[in-house]
Structure formats: structure tokens, C-alpha cells
Design a protein around this ligand. Structure first.
Ligand code: FES
Length: 92
């Protein structure tokens, strides 16, 4: 199952499988609002906000980059989450 991921500026969209990290799909598609980083949840360069949609955090996210208040606002590390529905994401 693949889901559509759209950046809230409307300029970028790509498809991401439910077993694929959003960042990986963004890199494979050659487009997205964030840059390629460690892909391991440690550097924080892939931080985005999930504006709409459901996701699953399949890897731990460094608390140094995403704290509890961030999480409540939908801020995640895109290398650590997989989609569970179409998503709308925003740069942070
Ligand atoms: S790419 Fe480093 S935390 Fe996601």
C-alpha cells in the first residue's frame, strides 16, 4: 500500500509505501522539503511537521531534536516515520 505525501506549500508530492520511511521515499522521488541526513534518527535535519494524516514511528526519535512539546505539535523526524494514510507535511 502506498500513500501520497504532499508538502503543505503544494509544490511537492510523492508516494511512500507503508513500510518505507517518509524520508527515504522523499529521497527516492528526488524531491521534498528536507535534506538527506543520517537516516537513523540522530541528526535532526529531516524534521517535519505532520499537518494531516496518520503515521507510525518505527524508530526512536532523538529527544535532543524532537521533544514532547514538539511531538504534541506533530513534529517528527521523517526518517523515523512511515505513513498510515495520505499525509500533508510542513517544513519546520
Ligand atoms: S536524517 Fe538524521 S534524524 Fe533523520
Amino acid at each position: 500500500m502506498k500513500y501520497k505525501v504532499t508538502c503543505n506549500d503544494g509544490e511537492v508530492s510523492f508516494y511512500c509505501a507503508e513500510d518505507e520511511a517518509v524520508l527515504k521515499a522523499m529521497i527516492h522521488a528526488g524531491r521534498g522539503p528536507v535534506k538527506h541526513g543520517c537516516c537513523g534518527g540522530g541528526c535532526g535535519v529531516c524534521k517535519v511537521r505532520i499537518v494531516a494524516g496518520d503515521y507510525h514511528a518505527f524508530k526512536p526519535m532523538s529527544a535532543a531534536h524532537v521533544n514532547e512539546a514538539d511531538r504534541e505539535q506533530g513534529v517528527v523526524l521523517s526518517c523515523c516515520v512511515q505513513p498510515r494514510s495520505d499525509l500533508v507535511i510542513a517544513r519546520v
